[in-house]
Design a protein around this ligand. Sequence first.
Ligand SMILES: C[S@@+](CC[C@H](N)C(=O)[O-])C[C@H]1O[C@@H](n2cnc3c(N)ncnc32)[C@H](O)[C@@H]1O
Length: 220
Amino acid sequence: MSLVLDDTAAAFLAAANPDQSPLLAEMTEYGETQGFPTVGPDAGQFLRVVATLASAQRIFEFGSGFGYSAAWFLGALPADGEIVLTDYDEENLDEAREFLGRADHETDVHFEAGDALETFERYDGPFDVIFLDHDKERYVDAFEQAVADLSPGGVVVADNMMAGPVETGDVTATLDGAPAPDDMTEGIAAYVEHVRDHPEFETAFVPLGEGVAVSVHRES
Ligand SMILES: C[S@@+](CC[C@H](N)C(=O)[O-])C[C@H]1O[C@@H](n2cnc3c(N)ncnc32)[C@H](O)[C@@H]1O
């Protein structure tokens, strides 16, 4: 079930998208049975396309959970590529290690426990794709940090623009000037305005999964 799209659009995506690999299908089901907030398969396929379009070699994730979004990215990374997973929760990363250890890839995968922003500061850039899926209140800070270490033409993707810990209508009302009902909605609305108005980025909001923002760094 999509939290954003109506049943007709969701059924279209279910019929049109490529079949998930057995491992991804297992991870999708695991996320659903555990009630873990993954990006889901529609946004996962989109992340893979974004990484492919960006010819990504290096990807950094802020908030990786049990490795679901990373498993989608892995399908777009070359053997000499690299992806960094971060999470506060060591148990999530142990699960990610187990799942991604079974994926068919030769990409260099790093599992970093602790605060994503602190981990990001320890890594040298540039990254071609940076994915934000951690504290919604800290997206703008993470974006500003990410910009400094993004390749020319690199992409920042952020999840939960429209659903998950926020309601689409609340984000819309906040963007229209109403007081935000909570910190997460305030964080997401601030992020929408920040990337929309950023002179160095071109951004699109895509209503797949829980709504993703894709912000491409202009190369000029
Ligand atoms: C929505 S889940 C990530 C889901 C994952 N990207 C996926 O699609 O499967 C958010 C994760 O971010 C982690 N998290 C939240 N704030 C964080 C922070 N500041 N640093 C590192 N991890 C954080 C949480 O522990 C949680 O596992």
